[in-house]
Design a protein around this ligand. Structure first.
Ligand SMILES: C[S@@+](CC[C@H](N)C(=O)[O-])C[C@H]1O[C@@H](n2cnc3c(N)ncnc32)[C@H](O)[C@@H]1O
Length: 201
């Protein structure tokens, strides 16, 4: 969870640059960030237990700073988003909800779900459903989340990580449809610069 102000201008920049489609947020707590994302003019799928950190996905040790029950919201989802009809809460543990939603696609993904196991599940689910070239993770400073991201990155070298919170697809993959026309040297040069972000890692 951001310690300081959320860099909403970064979200707007990435969302405005993304292809048409929905935003997905994984980890919503009291709906603050989802309500901000909802102002960007797209449907927002808001994935959370809406009952706090789930015990079944918590690992003592690496997830210790985010114990079960933390982030229990102050109101039910319908009330959190009653002024934002474009927010669609997906209520439940990811292990239970994600397998039921195979058909969704997203233009931009924001992940803020803290735990190793939650990150592992969300990355596996969300990135293959991402039509845009950028997703953002909040929790690289959490031990478990960092491990999940690092493991995922090792398995997906086509993605680059800007060292903070922003992930951008490597040019080779950006150009995958015309890869055959590029020499390896051409494909390797001039990687797109990740947009500067002041979003906390
Ligand atoms: C740090 S809070 C999100 C804060 C929110 N993005 C904000 O900025 O206001 C993390 C959220 O992740 C959710 N979460 C973590 N693991 C989950 C899981 N496996 N399934 C569903 N929700 C999960 C918790 O319920 C919690 O609300």
């Amino acid at each position: 969870m951001p310690a300081g102000p959320v860099a909403t201008h970064d979200w707007k920049r990435y969302v405005d640059a993304a292809p048409p489609g929905a935003i997905a947020e994984f980890g919503c707590f009291d709906g603050g960030s989802a309500r901000i994302l909802a102002t960007l003019g797209r449907p927002v799928f808001a994935f959370d237990t809406f009952d706090g950190i789930p015990a079944a996905d918590f690992r003592a040790g690496e997830d210790a700073e985010n114990p079960p029950g933390k982030f229990r919201p102050s109101a039910p989802p319908w009330r959190l988003f009653e002024q934002h009809p474009n927010v669609y809460p997906v209520v439940g543990r990811y292990a239970e909800t994600l397998p039921t939603l195979a058909g969704l696609r997203f233009a931009f993904v924001y992940i803020d779900c803290d735990l190793y196991e939650s990150y592992r599940q969300v990355l596996e689910y969300a990135v293959p459903r991402l039509d845009g070239d950028v997703f953002m993770c909040d929790d690289y400073g959490c031990t478990g989340a960092k491990r999940a991201v690092d493991e995922w990155l090792r398995q997906h070298p086509e993605w680059t990580f800007d060292g903070r919170s922003v992930f951008t697809r490597r040019p080779l993959v950006l150009c995958s449809k015309c890869k055959a026309t590029l020499t390896p040297a051409e494909a390797a040069v001039a990687p797109p610069q990740p947009p500067a972000s002041n979003h906390r890692a």
